[in-house]
Ligand binder design. Structure first.
Ligand code: FES
Ligand code: FES
Length: 155
């Protein structure tokens, strides 16, 4: 297993240790959140080999691949964070790491052209605060801007 590009060895863990707990409690990667804890809300979303996975229902010892958490999903996440802020795509922010990680996966494969399909694609990530219009707008804006230089970054 690799986590954010670094080798990780969870073999000392109990067999029932969740990936979420390994990330947060042992590795200190607390950006990945727990809300429902039963695979229903998407707050705990990470990527394994580029695919979104719910870390609250994934056993750490069963993972064999490259894990990316909110701390490691770059460079797309930087642009997406900017666009979430610009479009008011969060309020409390608790769901946001999962939304960003899911969004990065979608941006890498190419967003669905149709907004209804995009809403379905993000429907596994529940937000109790906002509507989803801001999130969709942020994803669309990020798609346009990724790869372009950011004003003020010297590039
Ligand atoms: S905390 Fe994992 S899906 Fe809700
Ligand atoms: S911003 Fe509060 S749950 Fe989504």
């Amino acid at each position: 297993m690799k986590i954010n590009g670094s080798p990780a060895n969870p073999e000392h863990l109990r067999a029932d240790t969740r990936l979420l707990d390994y990330l947060r409690d042992e590795l200190g990667l607390r950006g990945t959140k727990e809300a429902c804890g039963r695979g229903e809300c998407g707050a705990c979303t990470v990527l394994i080999d580029g695919r979104p996975v719910l870390s609250c229902i994934t056993l750490a010892v069963r993972v064999d691949g490259a894990v990316e958490t909110i701390e490691g999903v770059t460079p797309e996440s930087a642009e997406l964070r900017r666009q979430f802020a610009a479009h008011g795509a969060f309020q409390c922010g608790f769901c946001t790491p999962g939304q960003i990680v899911r969004g990065v996966a979608l941006l890498r494969e190419g967003l669905p052209a149709d907004d209804t399909a995009l809403r379905i694609a993000i429907s596994g990530n529940v937000c109790r605060c906002t509507g989803y219009s801001g999130i969709v707008a942020a994803l669309r804006a990020a798609e346009k801007n990724i790869g372009k230089p950011v004003a003020g970054d010297g590039s």
